[in-house]
Design a protein around this ligand. Structure first.
Ligand SMILES: O=C(O)CCC(=O)C(=O)O
Ligand SMILES: [Fe+2]
Length: 463
């Protein structure tokens, strides 16, 4: 089947766009764009690339050879993805080199989802550009796990969910099947070397690549697809992009994409979410929850705790469940409120003239409130043991790190002066000015009320 390509993705120069422009034109409008001029000073572009512009595989084998990585066999489909193998970077490099010398019809291999930053935190391969730094997911995961203390997920957590910052490496012809990203998050992807061809589908056409039960998605848009099963595919229209070395592509939420490496390519990509795409994340999480519930409906009557099983399955299938999401939003809100409190103590004001940084955090809080209201109307959180204890949160070292990372990041994004990093005593003092530290956030309703209370209190300080 031939698919119809109706346009190309816009390209801009990173130097020509401020954070405010980017947020308004691309994050808020959920539009893809390719940005140049952000990667020139990255260490990765020096160390990882030979003078001829091809991957320096020798460098990988000597510096990171022992790492265990996931490698996709691009020729073999397994369920909805490619077959994955596990091997060391040295083995991967050997196979890649053998394949390109002998070219004897071996499978095309593609190293994917390598949590490089987690594994080598002291080797600064690159710096995330400010445009992509309002990243709640990775800031959170640097301090917390998505499913804490849940024995069943310890192993899964550490391997798969430690963060959403990845390195990809593959020879010419390696590719990624059609998909929309995890949690319907945004992604950005930078070519350290090599070229990619991207095909994008507008979210308004997503339903056309699913079967009539909205369960199975087309795997490869260039392969003969069963028209009876996927009658919508012939009506789809696609945007295309050829991404050159050094360029970064912004992939908005919910846009399905299929990707080809046109040359031997190394890329770095992150998944991230923030106030602009939180409703996408919520909508998918709720849909996945309902699907999970429906899939085990027949055992409901014989289960002691049906809800707990649903949440467990949801976390296993998607990487987070409703409880995790609620705790994530609670901690994130708390961090924003503490930082805003600190800002308003210092500047004696918090209003529409406040800094871009303060406005960003106010937007975060109002967006979380909206999503919590949706959660309430959908049925909320029913498990009794899911709550956030404020005292316990303050006592743990993670919260201090989390708030400091957040403060530093927002100051960097908006090019504002960073408040002196808060101490743990100051954390308690700031929090005490809008909440009772003995309190617990037990439900989305508690969180909405706490944010209201905080907002009333901080605007009380207005001159
Ligand atoms: O580069 C690839 O092969 C896939 C990357 C991708 O899907 C993404 O960045 O969202
Ligand atoms: Fe993707």
């Amino acid at each position: 089947m031939r698919i119809e390509i109706i346009g190309q993705i816009e390209k801009i120069n990173g130097k020509d766009v401020s954070y405010g422009d980017f947020a308004e034109r691309y994050l808020a409008k959920n539009q893809p764009v390719v940005i140049s001029d952000f990667t020139e000073d990255w260490r990765a572009r020096e160390d990882w690339v030979n003078e001829n512009g091809r991957p320096n595989l020798h460098f990988f084998a000597t510096h990171f050879g022992k790492s265990r990585v996931q490698v996709a066999d691009c020729d073999i489909r397994e369920y909805t993805d490619q077959k994955r193998l596990e091997m060391s970077v040295t083995e991967f490099v050997e196979q890649w080199t053998d394949n390109s010398i002998e070219n004897k019809g071996n499978s095309v291999l593609y190293l994917k989802d390598w949590h490089f930053v987690k594994e080598y935190p002291d080797y600064t391969a690159y710096k995330t550009p400010a445009l992509f730094s309002d990243d709640w997911l990775n800031i959170y995961l640097d301090s917390y796990q998505m499913h804490e203390d849940r024995d069943n997920f310890q192993k899964y957590d550490q391997i798969s969910c430690s963060d959403y910052r990845f390195v990809y490496m593959g020879g010419k012809g390696s590719w990624t099947p059609l998909h929309a990203d995890v949690f319907r998050s945004y992604s950005w992807s930078a070519n350290v070397c090599g070229k990619k061809r991207w095909l994008f589908l507008l979210p308004s056409q997503s339903h056309l690549v699913y079967d009539r039960y909205m369960k199975n998605c087309v795997y490869n848009i260039f392969e003969e697809v069963n028209e009876t099963k996927f009658p919508g595919l012939k009506k789809t229209t696609w945007l295309e992009c050829i991404q050159e070395p050094g360029e970064i592509i912004f992939v908005p939420s919910g846009w399905h994409h299929q990707v080809y490496n046109l040359e031997d390519t190394i890329s770095i990509n992150h998944n991230w979410l923030n106030a602009y795409n939180l409703s996408w994340v919520w909508d998918l999480l709720w849909k996945d929850y309902k699907d999970t519930e429906e899939s085990i409906e027949d055992i409901r009557d014989i289960c002691d705790d049906f809800e707990a099983i649903c949440q467990r399955n949801l976390a296993a299938n998607t990487g987070m469940n409703l409880n995790d999401f609620f705790i994530f939003m609670s901690r994130f809100s708390l961090g924003n409120m503490v930082l805003l409190q600190s800002y308003s103590d210092k500047h004696k004001t918090l209003n529409s003239c406040s800094s871009a940084m303060a406005k960003n955090m106010l937007l975060n809080l109002s967006t979380i409130q909206k999503i919590m209201m949706m959660m309430i109307s959908a049925g909320g959180i029913t498990a009794k043991e899911v709550y956030l204890d404020l005292q316990e949160t303050l006592d743990g070292p993670q919260f201090l790190r989390f708030v400091r990372d957040m403060g530093r990041t927002y100051a960097m994004i908006h090019k504002e002066e960073e408040d002196q990093a808060l101490s743990s005593e100051e954390l308690l003092q700031k929090l005490s000015s809008f909440a009772d530290p003995k309190m617990q956030i037990c439900s989305p309703k508690d969180l909405v009320e706490m944010i209201n209370h905080h907002n009333t209190f901080t605007s009380y300080l207005l001159p």
